[in-house]
Ligand binder design. Structure first.
Ligand SMILES: [Zn+2]
Length: 111
């Protein structure tokens, strides 16, 4: 390889690597923003339903929405939907933590 070709090789590959790193950073930046948006939406939904499970648990990460009425889809699958749509979806739902939610659905396993 001539010095010229080596230089070209270096820049081409260096460029690709830079682009890859840029894409990676850009992508994770977008993911961070999506996470932040979902956090804010979930907080609003949780607040709307009283802010805590009946057992007192109130951490955002472990709270779920239990549907009493009609259910179109899991709220967690609807993260991209506008907040108003989500609020409408869960207006009849009960706020439950993971444990209480599982007990509600699978309590028969304990007896
Ligand atoms: Zn609970």
């Amino acid at each position: 390889m001539s010095a010229e070709a080596a230089k070209r090789w270096y820049w081409e590959h260096g460029g690709k690597e830079k682009k890859r790193l840029y894409n990676k950073a850009h992508l994770s930046d977008r993911k961070e923003k999506e996470k932040e948006r979902w956090k804010q939406k979930k907080q609003a939904l949780v607040d709307m339903l009283g802010g805590a499970c009946k057992c007192g648990y109130s951490k955002l990460s472990g709270l779920t929405f239990h549907h009493n009425g009609d259910k179109n889809d899991d709220v967690s699958n609807m993260r991209d939907k506008p907040l108003e749509v989500l609020m409408d979806e869960i207006k009849d739902a009960e706020l439950l933590c993971m444990n209480c939610h599982m007990e509600l659905h699978y309590g028969w396993l304990d007896s």
